[in-house]
Write a protein that binds this ligand. Structure first.
Ligand code: PLP
Length: 460
């Protein structure tokens, strides 16, 4: 049988309907609607099977295509590398592996080692395993617990879900791995629901982590794993004083700090990494999506030399090294794409653009908030923004989830793709999410704001 003709888009749609199991979607809808096929992308825009143009306000749906679509220089770099040397297990090194690691480390003072893998979940699993092994080797197996935060997400595997603070993502996938313990979220807009409203919320939200540590026993806690700015849990920008206090607490109890930069990493918030806004010193930084902007699959677990050294102490012991491998961590396409990706960000000044355009977009959202009572709170860091919709500004009761989805659908009709908090934090699928590519211009952002304005007027 011949391959399907790539230009016969109705056959492509039918093959999708017959054979593709789409991520995150209830499939019943495809009995009455066509699945969406994205055929082409250029810059900030994509075209679907009907030739309809969409302005992509979420960088490939899940905060990934940071440098935009159609980057020939990345494709060329990957092509050149693949014809020279496509793969060898990471038991051996590679030229782009060394080149990218050196470049990456130059952006992350205090960290020295890059462990390659190929998804955000996998990078997080590497860090979890390292924490467990450090506990086994250096703390008699006692310091094995890993703290995670309510509303954060760290990935799709069973261990990552065990560290997942979004209840509905976990429902029906248990039982989970023991040894993961939740701490409270740090969304000041909802501090009243935690009984923490008032001055110095940031410090008190971090103190709530210390309470959990004291309750569990500090010598049982190996690591604290946090997103720098929570993504799918509602674009939660940490309050003033929060990170500084978190750092103090980790130092005080000798708890390793693992920062999950899978979304914020490589430019999204206007610095190379989200944690760099806050002056903290992580022991582990994991990253994936924006590392190669989706041109190749790559993730990294980056560690300090102190962590690395803890695996080197006793060469007479057969278990003294990290007994872990990621087959596709040896694909050279990943670091080749990542190197070209980072060069684009440098050459085109995209960190500066992200900061400037992020401020502009925040102003646009604030203007929408003046006009639409349904917008209870706007927040963001760089080109990573959210608008939380509420039924009532005084009680802050979340807006009806169906109406939030109707706003997203209305924007889609207008040719603008935006997102909403995933349906995983019960009661709080009420935040519109924006994460356009780092190349965004004011015209692009005006188009997004204009679509949201019209959608809110129609839906509420
Ligand atoms: N960490 C965060 C903060 C994420 O948002 C995600 C995915 O959305 C992951 C980890 C998991 O990444 P992946 O889907 O590449 O496994």
């Amino acid at each position: 049988m011949d391959n399907l003709n790539p230009n016969d888009l109705s056959a492509i749609v039918e093959a999708d309907r017959a054979h593709i199991w789409h991520h995150l979607l209830p499939h019943k809808q495809f009995e009455t609607t066509d699945p969406r096929i994205i055929v082409e992308g250029k810059g900030m825009r994509v075209w679907d099977q009907n030739g309809k143009e969409h302005l992509d306000g979420v960088s490939g749906g899940v905060w990934t295509v940071n440098v935009g679509y159609g980057r020939v220089e990345i494709a060329d770099a990957v092509h050149a590398q693949l014809v020279k040397m496509n793969y060898f297990a990471q038991t051996a090194g590679s030229i782009p592996g060394s080149q990218f690691a050196e470049k990456l480390i130059s952006k992350m003072p205090g960290l020295t080692r890059v462990y390659y893998a190929n998804s955000g979940s996998e990078a997080n699993e590497k860090a979890f395993k390292m924490v467990r092994q450090i506990s086994a080797r250096h703390h008699g197996g006692k310091k094995y617990k890993i703290l995670y935060r309510h509303r954060d997400y760290h990935g799709t595997t069973i261990a990552c879900l065990s560290a997942g603070g979004q209840e509905q993502r976990n429902a029906q996938y248990g039982p989970f791995t023991p040894g993961f313990v939740a701490v409270p979220h740090c969304l000041e807009y909802r501090a009243h629901e935690q009984g923490l409203a008032g001055d110095d919320y940031g410090v008190r939200a971090a103190d709530a982590i210390e309470e959990v540590i004291l309750r569990e026993g500090p010598d049982t806690i190996g690591a604290l794993c946090l997103e720098p700015v929570t993504a799918g849990g509602g674009v939660i920008v940490p309050p003033k004083g929060y990170w500084e206090r978190v750092q103090e607490i980790c130092t005080k109890y000798d708890i390793l700090l693992h920062i999950d930069e899978v979304v914020c990493g490589v430019g999204r918030t206007g610095t190379w990494f989200g944690y760099q806004h806050y002056g903290v010193k992580p022991d582990f930084v994991t990253m994936a999506k924006g590392v190669a902007s989706g041109y190749a699959a790559i993730s990294c677990c980056v560690t300090s030399e102190r962590v690395f050294e803890m695996f080197k102490d006793d060469p007479t012991d057969p278990l003294h090294f990290f007994r872990d491998i990621s087959t596709f961590g040896g694909c050279t396409s990943g670091p080749a794409a990542a190197l070209a990706n980072i060069k684009i960000i440098e050459d085109e000044g995209l960190l500066e653009n992200t900061t400037r355009m992020g401020e502009y977009m925040l102003d646009q959202l604030a203007a929408l908030q003046e006009k639409h009572a349904v917008i209870g709170h706007v927040r963001g860091k760089g080109l990573f923004l959210g608008a939380e919709l509420v039924a009532d500004r005084t009680t802050k009761e979340p807006a009806d989830e169906k109406k939030v989805q109707a706003v997203v659908a209305d924007c889609m009709q207008q040719g603008v793709i935006i997102g909403a908090t995933n349906r995983s934090v019960p009661g709080y699928n009420n935040t519109l999410c924006f994460s356009p590519a780092l190349i965004s211009t004011k015209d692009d952002l005006n188009q997004i704001a204009d679509a949201v304005d019209k959608a809110l007027t129609r839906v509420f």
